[in-house]
Design a protein around this ligand. Structure first.
Ligand code: PHE
Length: 451
């Protein structure tokens, strides 16, 4: 695994800041602004948030360091990386395969939701007006119209494919640098507005930060863990792949802390902003995947276009900097291992993901899942977030902690000191135990609990 036999065409990040922004761009997306508020609403607020924060700190952050380590050491895609660190027939490559499958499935529904965000740019341009009900009913009209949903999904997938064809430096990195700071500023503005100028600010804070554990179901705990993975882009090789485009000299831990911190901050800011509106206008807390599309426009009807248009533009871009990392995982495998050209891999796999996404765009097509009729979007989301990502994460964690040789790990980490020992302890024991326990709890199988 020397640097000498690196294929030069693979590409690298231009600068360290470029990597941090791209990784942050991958992490920050619909997960933070669309999903975090709505699942927090569904699972009852504070207690869910606390479990999620614990998972970010005790499982997510260490695992992010682990994934970046594997990627940077091997400079390979998720399947190739496990082979390179173990051996050609290594069963650990299943982790990579699972990651590619997760990336494929997540992107298929992610693109549909991102399509809604693009649709809302145009609705915002036209202006939101009328009664609260009228504004909110626009969402239902959008999702129940297959032609509209598919059209926006087509546009979003097209953009994702175009950027990924552009490659690592020119495509992904350049966009992230400009747009992430803008998103941050706008969200900060919305949050301050929610806190200072609405009557819902205090209620939002107490909903988000004062935990009532009796409200948290076993499924809520599992979802909090799953969401920690989803929002940090972990458990499916996205960070591993981005790490593989990293130069050797950077400090992994610092970068991982930066990315996790910013990601968490953005989610909490979005949560405060959105729940302030929810309480101020007396809207439905647990309104599911439509939450931001139903609450924010009610506010935007008053603030006007100068704030609503930029919001949905930036939300769409945040989704784009995430979707490209999802597609990149899938593409990097075919480019590295199968020697396909980047264009061919991107078009072919992107096309297949697009077709799969049509299932999610058809809101009226239901499947039987966990005892009820559900939309494909929710089913794909549930399975990937709550099962595939945590399993991929557990396997990655065990690999870094127990299979990678000490020398490799320490070299990548840059020291053998106390921090390194602590990290290793977490990866060896703490994170796997939490993962397995939460998993069993989610399946209602923990022996000492009553369900
Ligand atoms: N982290 C992204 C978000 O929060 C989604 C994502 C998941 C991206 C997994 C890459 C890998 O929106």
């Amino acid at each position: 695994m020397s640097d000498n036999n690196q294929p030069t065409s693979r590409g690298n990040w231009g600068t360290r800041l470029g990597f941090v922004l791209a990784a942050t761009g991958s992490a920050i997306g619909l997960g933070n602004i669309w999903k975090f508020p709505y699942i927090t609403g569904e699972y009852g607020g504070g207690a869910f948030v606390i479990v999620y924060l614990f998972c970010v700190l005790l499982v997510g952050l260490p695992l992010m360091i682990g994934e970046l380590m594997i990627g940077r050491r091997t400079q390979k895609n998720p399947v190739g990386a496990f082979k390179a660190l173990h051996h050609e027939k290594s069963p650990w490559q299943i982790t990579g395969w699972l990651g590619i499958a997760s990336g494929f499935l997540i992107l298929s529904f992610y693109s549909v939701v991102a399509g809604w965000a693009i649709a809302y740019i145009f609705k915002a341009m036209a202006g939101f007006s009328g009664t609260t009900e009228a504004i909110q009913s626009q969402f239902g009209a959008l999702v129940t119209s297959p032609s509209a949903s598919i059209m926006w999904h087509t546009i979003f997938m097209g953009l994702t494919i175009a950027i990924v064809i552009g490659g690592v430096k020119n495509g992904i990195e350049r966009w992230s640098k400009i747009l992430m700071p803008m998103l941050f500023a706008l969200l900060l503005g919305l949050m301050i507005y929610g806190l200072a100028f609405t009557n819902g600010g205090m209620q939002a804070l107490s909903f988000l930060f004062s935990p009532d554990f009796s409200k948290l179901s076993a499924e809520g705990v599992l979802s909090a863990l799953g969401h920690a993975f989803f929002t940090l882009s972990l458990g499916m090789g996205a960070m591993l792949t981005y790490g593989s485009y990293m130069k050797r000299e950077t400090n992994l831990m610092k970068d991982a802390i930066t990315v996790s911190f910013l990601d968490t901050l953005i989610a909490l800011m979005a949560g405060v902003a959105i729940f302030s509106m929810v309480f101020h206008y007396g809207l439905e807390i647990a309104s599911g995947p439509g939450l931001i599309f139903k609450t924010l426009p009610v506010l935007f009807a008053q603030t006007g276009r100068w704030i609503s248009v930029p919001f949905f533009v930036l939300l769409s871009f945040a989704a784009l900097t995430s979707s490209i990392s999802l597609l990149e995982v899938v593409v990097s495998y075919f480019v590295d291992e199968r020697k396909w050209s980047r264009i061919k891999a991107t078009l072919l796999l992107g096309g297949m993901i697009y077709l799969t996404g049509i299932l999610s765009a058809m809101a009226s097509w239901k499947v039987m899942f966990r005892g009820s009729d559900q939309a494909w979007l929710d089913v794909f989301d549930f399975i990937t977030t709550n099962y595939m990502l945590p399993i991929g994460g557990l396997m990655t964690c065990l690999f870094v902690a127990w299979v990678m040789v000490d020398k490799e790990r320490a070299e990548e980490f840059g020291s053998k000191g106390l921090l390194y020992k602590g990290l290793l302890f977490i990866l060896r024991f703490v994170a796997p135990i939490i993962l397995i326990a939460v998993f069993l709890h989610g399946l209602q199988l923990l022996p000492f609990m009553e369900y």
